[in-house]
Design a protein around this ligand. Structure first.
Ligand code: DGY
Length: 327
């Protein structure tokens, strides 16, 4: 008799995903009512499953992975429901023979929509304006009331020209923006032309852009890519947009720069120590703050869940999972 694999889903995902997983294994899942599992809870519930369907809040570190191969059935694959996988020690997983997969591509449009919306909201002071109105302070149009910065024809600096960065560039083209980009590797000329991109060295991009938007993965090498020195290079009217990962930005340096007028504003969907947010940021009017909702639409979260399932299902059928990130 063949033993059915067990699959642990660490958070409630789209309903349509469950019957698919149930066809290939025995599924145990967190419920929508459960709070996010702590690392201790993950350690308690994770071992003795063949597959794990995780999300970015799960810290899949070496200790956890070791615990998951010490018990039978040993963990074989972690399907992370995100394009980013900095929550997982991929090097340790690789050493331990555990496959890690992600969900690239299916969230690029949705995340770029949010990034561009956040840029607009920050430039045009939408959060502040809405708070103003809700507080009953709107008594009529005034020439100097809540004036923001123009987005159309302004200069956008995109850092990281991967799928999401390029999708952001397409949105910016619709606003007649001048688009600079910096990427570790310069793109082919045809791609630069297709997306109306001008390659610009990192420091020059910071100096020239009205809006700087981050679209690169987080790793030890990109930690605090934007710190005090980089913020000082930006224009005093400049606005920073981060929908990628919080620790790309030194949040304390950002708070200082915003307070001192080194830059004009920030739109943040991600934070250095999520879910904690610097209290100073919460008190500022020139920032727009969102709770990491870049890919949060029904359609996209369903596509991401199904993609994570497809990776697990492929492995159960002896096929190569399509989205392996192990080197
Ligand atoms: C991702 O996919 O990496 C997002 O941040 C999670 O929605």
């Amino acid at each position: 008799m063949t033993v059915r694999p067990t699959i642990l889903v660490t958070q409630r995902i789209a309903d349509v995903a469950y019957p698919r997983l149930e066809q290939v294994g025995i599924v145990e899942s967190a419920t929508a009512e459960e709070s996010i599992w702590s690392h201790a809870e993950l350690l308690r519930r994770g071992p003795s499953h063949t597959y794990l369907l995780s999300t970015p809040v799960d810290s899949i570190d070496e200790a956890f992975l070791k615990a998951c191969i010490a018990q039978q059935p040993a963990l074989q694959l972690v399907a992370n429901m995100a394009v980013g996988y900095n929550n997982i020690d991929v090097a340790a997983a690789t050493r331990l023979g555990i496959i890690i997969t992600n969900t690239p591509g299916v969230l690029s449009d949705t995340t770029a929509d949010l990034a561009f919306g956040l840029l607009l909201a920050t430039a045009r002071r939408m959060g502040e304006a809405e708070r103003f109105l809700r507080a009953g302070r709107f008594v009529g149009i005034r020439p100097q009331l809540l004036c923001g910065a123009d987005v159309h024809h302004a200069t956008l600096g995109i850092i990281g020209a991967g799928r999401i960065g390029l999708t952001m560039a397409r949105r910016a083209s619709g606003f007649d923006m001048k688009i600079l980009y910096y990427n570790r590797q310069r793109l082919a000329q045809e791609q630069e032309q297709l997306y109306h991109l001008t390659y610009t060295p990192f420091q020059e991009l910071l100096q020239q852009a009205d809006f700087v938007s981050l679209h690169l993965p987080y790793s030890a090498t990109s930690h605090h890519l934007i710190g005090e020195q980089q913020l000082a290079l930006m224009k005093p009217t400049g606005i920073l947009i981060n929908t990628a990962r919080g620790p790309l930005v030194d949040e304390k340096a950002l708070v200082k720069a915003l307070k001192q007028g080194v830059i004009a504003g920030a739109g943040l969907d991600v934070f250095e120590h999520e879910p904690a947010v610097e209290p100073d940021l919460l008190a500022m009017e020139n920032v727009v703050l969102l709770p990491h909702v870049g890919s949060a639409t029904q359609e996209t979260r369903t596509r991401m869940a199904l993609m994570a399932c497809d990776n697990i299902i492929a492995h159960t059928q002896g096929e190569r999972p399509p989205n392996i990130v192990n080197p």
